[in-house]
Design a protein around this ligand. Structure first.
Ligand SMILES: [Zn+2]
Length: 496
């Protein structure tokens, strides 16, 4: 079964197969680790995970690279503001990113290179660009890519670049659509900024050159697929093509996959709109990681997803149905034999499921036959018509569904526990949904430890005569349904 996937470069569905006949070589732009990932970021990583899992399910080996951008304008700015090194600053968010990937069941790519480990490769590439007349140095010591040296510039984003001013420059890592300009490859060191001493001067790389250098390092000069969020088409991916092809004169990536942005409650997600969510925000509200995963992958990657709490509730119910049904099959006892109607239904569901995914990863259409099969099998079980051979056939279909969707096994407790632990350290316990607190407190020792930590903090606050803080903690706990009783032997707590 061959996957037909939309290719931004050609503007059509193209077959995606390993050009070397062995492993599919793909590069997906990873995170810039300057903050916690939001659900829009994770929609992209999840849809790439769907691609990855589907390729594996259908027998394609992968050589998948995802970079970590651990130096850029924002990281430098935030680290300087916090008075720590960029390595110290980005390590926190890199670790958080991997925890979030794990929570969402996103598989790790084969290679996860960090930008700061590949500075010599970037310098080498800039030297080659300079030798080819496609890069030049400005008076301050920075290096820029000369757009005029690459007439095909704009072929990915289909931008009309007539009227572009030759020699106009931009040194920001991210910039607006109307500013196609010579862009920074290397930024000369500014006083106090992290920088590297290299053959092209002291400075640090621009964002775009990082991806070209790392993609070529792990995948060669020409590879099968490059993926990322739709916001990266311009300028980032356009710039990657220009830098790479100006040196190699080979097609950088044959296939380009871009995941569309999501809306939240019908509006663009933004902090100022109050509809901005990180994964952790949703976990603290009591939603399960598996439901967040399903909600973010159930709309195909090229369609705009409108993320809502109703949608999350729907995903929660769907997962309950899947897990309950599987439990019914695995724990029930069934007479031996096969029911031809159910055998045919299982076969059809499997074929429809694979056909939908192989058609541009249509996850919405792929879900439907699985839930139809569950309905039919539940009815047959109620009527005593589901037999042992049917159970086995249906479990096989469920396994192939879950190889891509990845939500059947209940691994939800750990991400929630970790999010609560994080909230406690980050002083954000006040954001935890009260029923989650109670649920965790009753069932999970971490919840109890958290309450006890607050109780201890309150005792200390009282001893230090900080009664305002002690009162505040009492209120916080009350909101979570915890009542304190002061006694001679110390403080006892109990649930309302
Ligand atoms: Zn990139």
């Amino acid at each position: 079964m061959t996957l037909r996937l939309f290719n931004t470069l050609t503007g059509q569905l193209d077959e995606l197969v390993p050009s070397d006949g062995k492993a599919l070589r793909m590069y997906a732009c990873g995170p810039t680790v300057y903050d916690f990932g939001h659900i829009g970021n994770f929609r992209t990583f999840l849809q790439i995970d769907v691609l990855r899992r589907f390729l594996k399910l259908t027998g394609t080996s992968l050589r998948h690279v995802m970079n970590i951008t651990d130096v850029d304008d924002r990281i430098l700015h935030h680290a300087a503001a916090a008075g720590i090194t960029i390595g110290e600053y980005s390590a926190t968010f890199e670790q958080a990113f991997f925890e979030d990937l794990e929570a969402l069941g996103i598989e790790r790519p084969e290679f996860i290179p960090q930008a700061t480990d590949h500075i010599p490769r970037m310098v080498e590439l800039i030297q080659k660009l300079a030798a080819a007349g496609a890069a030049y140095q400005t008076e301050d010591g920075s290096w820029y890519f000369r757009l005029a040296a690459f007439p095909e510039y704009g072929k990915l984003s289909k931008k009309d670049l007539s009227g572009m001013e030759d020699g106009a420059r931009v040194d920001l890592d991210e910039y607006e659509k109307d500013s196609a300009r010579d862009f920074a490859l290397w930024k000369a060191a500014k006083p106090g900024e992290t920088s590297w001493e290299t053959a092209i001067g002291r400075g640090r790389p621009g964002w775009h050159i990082e991806c070209s250098a790392m993609a070529m390092e792990y995948l060669g000069e020409s590879f099968d697929l490059h993926a990322g969020g739709e916001d990266l088409i311009f300028p980032h991916h356009e710039n990657e093509i220009a830098q790479s092809e100006s040196v190699t004169h080979k097609t950088f990536a044959r296939h380009w996959m871009h995941v569309r942005f999501l809306l939240v409650d019908g509006r663009k997600m933004s902090k100022s709109e109050g509809n901005f969510y990180t994964l952790r925000d949703l976990l603290l509200k009591g939603y399960k990681a598996s439901a967040i995963r399903l909600a973010l992958i159930s709309v195909p990657y090229r369609h705009q997803l409108n993320f809502t709490f109703d949608g999350l509730a729907e995903a929660t119910n769907a997962i309950d149905r899947l897990r309950t049904f599987k439990q019914r099959l695995t724990s029930g006892s069934f007479a031996e034999g096969e029911n031809p109607v159910l055998q045919a239904a299982a076969q059809q569901a499997q074929a429809d499921y694979l056909a939908a995914l192989s058609n541009d990863l249509n996850t919405a259409e792929a879900r439907a036959p699985i839930f139809d099969l569950i309905r039919a099998a539940n009815t047959a079980t109620d009527q005593g018509q589901l037999l042992g051979g049917d159970r086995d056939a249906i479990l096989t279909v469920l396994a192939s569904f879950d190889a891509v969707f990845g939500v059947m096994e209940d691994r939800d407790a750990e991400p929630t526990r970790r999010a609560l632990e994080w909230a406690e350290k980050a002083g954000r316990l006040g954001e935890v949904a009260p029923d989650l607190m109670v649920r965790q407190g009753l069932t999970d020792e971490a919840g109890i430890a958290m309450i006890e930590a607050l109780v201890a903090e309150r005792t200390l606050a009282k001893r230090q005569r900080n009664f305002a803080r002690a009162d505040q903690i009492r209120k916080e706990l009350a909101e979570k349904g915890v009542v304190l009783e002061d006694s001679k032997d110390g403080v006892r707590w109990k649930r309302k």
